[in-house]
Write a protein that binds this ligand. Structure first.
Ligand code: G3P
Ligand code: CA
Length: 242
């Protein structure tokens, strides 16, 4: 079984995370999937940015939820990585889906609602997935189990995934109980037992964030379903050895 390579926030080692250059680069490198993070702007637009605050990845400060989308679009989300990316904008989920719609890519939309429980986020995201007809190749993930349950109430068939970095007893059963079809775990939780448990439950197992060759090797040997990586070109190259 081939382990799929998902570009984590796009090809985020070489281009600013969660921006169009990072997604485009990941696509050109041959990643099979793209992972991205969603927060809501003040006017309720799903936007792609990892942190609740704009400080780390833009030239401004404050919370994403305190800016309108129009204001967020004017921020420079590229210079923090390299001046080559100066004035790269934050984009909306809708802009991302317009780009992804015509490409053969698996999508993983992570709802960043575990710190701020954004009102109606699930429905806003779902409506966009339907509008651009990508529901059947999208997995919705969240560290917030309540959000996964909410998504299931909107569409019980959509693929959802629980994200965790915690060692929890009965994790695979718990995830199945939420109705999730996949478990996305931090690398340190990966072992042959969790792989076997997921297989038995017919649950996809995807691992984050895998940037070192040694960790890639372990994921490929254990034949996990996918890895999330900031360096999709390296992950694809390493995979040829298996
Ligand atoms: O979806 C996998 C991974 O992205 C989860 O952690 O903090 O990088 O969003 P984080
Ligand atoms: Ca993420």
């Amino acid at each position: 079984m081939k382990t799929l390579v998902y570009a984590h926030r796009g090809a985020s080692k070489l281009a600013p995370e969660n921006t169009m250059p990072a997604f485009q680069l990941a696509y050109e490198m041959g990643a099979e999937g793209i992972e991205t993070d969603v927060q809501l702007s003040r006017d309720g637009i799903p936007v792609l940015i990892h942190d609740e605050s704009v400080r780390r990845t833009t030239n401004a400060v404050g919370f994403v939820q305190d800016y309108t989308f129009e204001q967020l679009q004017k921020l420079d989300a590229g210079s923090w990585l390299s001046e080559k990316f100066e004035n790269t904008p934050i984009i909306s989920l809708e802009e991302f889906l317009i780009w992804a719609q015509s490409k053969q890519l698996q999508l993983n939309i992570e709802l960043k609602n575990n710190v701020i429980d954004y009102e109606n986020m699930e429905k806003k995201v779902y409506d966009l997935l339907c509008k651009y007809k990508v529901v059947n190749r999208t997995t919705i993930s969240s560290f917030n189990p309540v959000s996964i349950e909410r998504f299931k109430q909107i569409d019980r068939k959509i693929a959802t995934a629980l994200l965790t970095s915690q060692r929890i007893n009965g994790l695979v059963d718990y995830t199945a109980g939420l109705g999730a079809k996949a478990l996305h775990i931090k690398y340190r939780l990966l072992n042959s037992k969790v792989v076997a448990q997921c297989r038995e439950m017919d649950m996809k197992l995807r691992i984050y964030t895998i940037n070192r060759a040694g960790a890639m090797k372990k994921c490929y040997q254990l034949q996990v379903d996918a890895i999330f990586t900031d360096v999709p070109d390296k992950a694809i190259e390493q995979r040829k050895l298996f």
